[in-house]
Design a binder for this molecule. Structure first.
Ligand SMILES: C/C=C/C(=O)SCCNC(=O)CCNC(=O)[C@H](O)C(C)(C)COP(=O)(O)OP(=O)(O)OC[C@H]1O[C@@H](n2cnc3c(N)ncnc32)[C@H](O)[C@@H]1OP(=O)(O)O
Ligand SMILES: NC(=O)C1=CN([C@@H]2O[C@H](COP(=O)(O)OP(=O)(O)OC[C@H]3O[C@@H](n4cnc5c(N)ncnc54)[C@H](OP(=O)(O)O)[C@@H]3O)[C@@H](O)[C@H]2O)C=CC1
Length: 447
């Protein structure tokens, strides 16, 4: 039995759940990995010069044992997230430390502590097997998976699963991720695949869409409301392309920051009107490595006011981190919110705290999303209210190049990866719904 037989079953319109349940599982499958004995390979290089194409491998790996509450999923497509870039350049730390720590938790979690890390935190595919105790899903179900892995043995996570002390990001802090032909997930990561999308389109939003939903829309994040001015950094990037859509769909006013006219045009085509091209306008928030320039914060704030009839922003959707954080705190309106989920340009932020406390602003930390938030975000995709922002699709063996593109900011929106799917465009089950949204679905393609 090989993965080819699994693919044949997925592609046959007559396959039933019983057929999938009866399919023997292969002993091994192809997966994108990084290797533990290579964690020092980029020592001494600047972050920018660490090349994911050198550290990312395509290996044949053994199928992991299936545990209680888990599912094995045949992965038709996945996507590249920035967390896989972090893993591949071993920054800010090697993810093997996470696997070792997880491995110490129990007999079952020991499976994750391996000399290779199968990465990837998105998938669209078909359930092959479910472990004991799984009732909500069955073999043959077409699914996407969100990337929150929780144990939920402590009381801490029972109001909001993101607060569980054993909260992890699947495919980053756990093994057996989505950039592979088969993935191992907890069954409470599964959600229905939006039926009007192809496999690669369905796999694209997951991580970033759920994150942007919590960060911007959920009461656990900024709790955006109608009319809010929302400053969105990287507004056509992975997170930002969903934040922009949430702002527009929720009656808010996005002020989109991008770095080229081409990206500005994408934001316009999504419906945004207020756009700042940070390259053309050449903001230099840092005079040198250690000193910020408040005059540049002010110039940026004035530009925002020009675009908003004199108003300041209610919410800043932050993730670039060190480079922009001082400006973000400055331009937020009195009582407004800076909501941050990352620090791409550096995690030691500096800002002038007088502008925070005197103007009663709030900084909120946000990370991924709980199951409910991920479900709500996926539901909006399934209803055609929010659309995938897939630009380019790579073969599994080209994942290193795909991660390189994301690391060097050469991509637009989201970058997809075909795993078992032999070509793009497969897996669409509702052509009528697709036709209604086809322009929006293709907005980011091949630009
Ligand atoms: C969905 C997608 C998301 C993304 O893309 S996010 C971007 C990518 N992610 C990242 O870049 C994050 C990577 N993660 C990290 O950098 C690290 O993961 C953290 C800095 C977040 C945490 O560092 P660590 O060393 O793993 O954990 P500690 O919590 O600092 O624990 C180390 C020891 O310190 C103890 N400790 C923690 N808090 C306290 C305290 N308040 N007072 C005293 N001790 C403390 C702990 O218990 C433990 O101890 P013991 O080593 O003995 O187990
Ligand atoms: N905590 C969480 O749950 C999550 C965290 N993340 C983290 O968020 C970050 C962004 O992820 P994602 O959106 O997928 O990545 P992308 O690279 O797809 O998009 C980020 C965009 O931010 C802009 N940007 C990058 N650097 C800077 C800078 N120095 N100053 C201003 N703008 C900048 C760029 O847009 P432009 O060039 O057009 O300005 C870029 O396209 C990553 O660090 C990632 O690890 C992501 C998802 C979830």
């Amino acid at each position: 039995m090989t993965v080819k037989d699994i693919l044949a079953a997925i592609q046959s319109p007559d396959s039933t759940s019983a057929d999938f349940a009866a399919l023997p599982l292969p002993e091994s499958y192809r997966a994108i990995t990084v290797h533990k004995d290579e964690t020092e390979m980029f020592a001494g290089l600047a972050t920018r010069d660490k090349d994911p194409r050198k550290s990312i491998h395509l290996d044949e790996v053994p199928l992991p044992e299936l545990g209680p509450g888990e599912a094995l999923v045949a992965v038709m497509a996945s996507s590249v997230n920035y967390n896989s870039v972090w893993t591949s350049i071993f920054e800010p730390l090697s993810t093997f430390g996470f696997l070792e720590r997880y491995g110490r938790l129990s007999e079952l979690t020991k499976r994750h502590d391996l000399p290779y890390h199968i990465i990837g935190s998105d998938l669209a595919g078909v359930v092959l097997r479910t472990g004991p105790g799984v009732n909500a899903w069955k073999p043959g179900d077409e699914v996407v998976a969100h990337c929150l892995s929780v144990e939920l043995e402590s009381s801490d996570g029972h109001n909001d699963t993101m607060l569980d002390p054993e909260q992890r990001i699947w495919g980053f802090e756990t093994n057996f991720g989505g950039l592979a032909e088969i993935a191992l997930v907890k069954s409470n990561q599964l959600m229905p695949k939006p039926d009007h999308l192809s496999w690669e389109e369905a796999a694209a939003p997951g991580l970033v869409n759920s994150t942007a939903y919590r960060q911007l829309v959920s009461r656990n994040g900024a709790g955006m409301k109608q009319g809010d001015n929302v400053l969105i950094w990287g507004a056509s990037g992975g997170l930002g392309s969903y934040a922009t859509q949430f702002a527009l769909a929720g009656g808010a006013n996005p002020i989109c920051v991008v770095s080229s006219e081409q990206k500005a045009e994408i934001c316009r085509s999504m419906g945004a009107e207020a756009i700042i091209d940070r390259t053309a306008e050449d903001y230099k928030f840092w005079k040198d490595e250690h000193t910020q320039d408040p005059k540049e914060w002010k110039r940026f704030g004035k530009r925002i006011r020009e675009l908003t009839d004199g108003e300041d922003v209610d919410i800043v959707f932050e993730h670039p981190g060190r480079e922009t954080f001082g400006a973000s705190v400055y331009v937020t309106r009195k009582g407004g919110t800076i909501v941050t989920c990352a620090s791409t340009s550096g995690y030691n932020h500096e800002y002038d705290n007088r502008y925070l406390w005197m103007s009663l602003k709030r900084i909120i930390g946000s990370h991924f999303a709980n199951y409910r938030e991920a479900w709500e975000a996926n539901r909006l995709i399934a209803k055609g209210k929010i659309h995938p922002t897939l630009s380019k699709v790579y073969a599994l063996e080209e994942t290193g190049q795909a991660a390189y593109d994301v690391h060097r900011n050469l991509h637009q929106g989201k970058v997809g990866v075909l795993c078992l799917a032999p070509e793009e465009g497969l897996g669409v089950r509702d052509e009528e719904k697709r036709a209604q949204h086809i322009d929006a679905i293709n907005r980011f393609r091949n630009i």
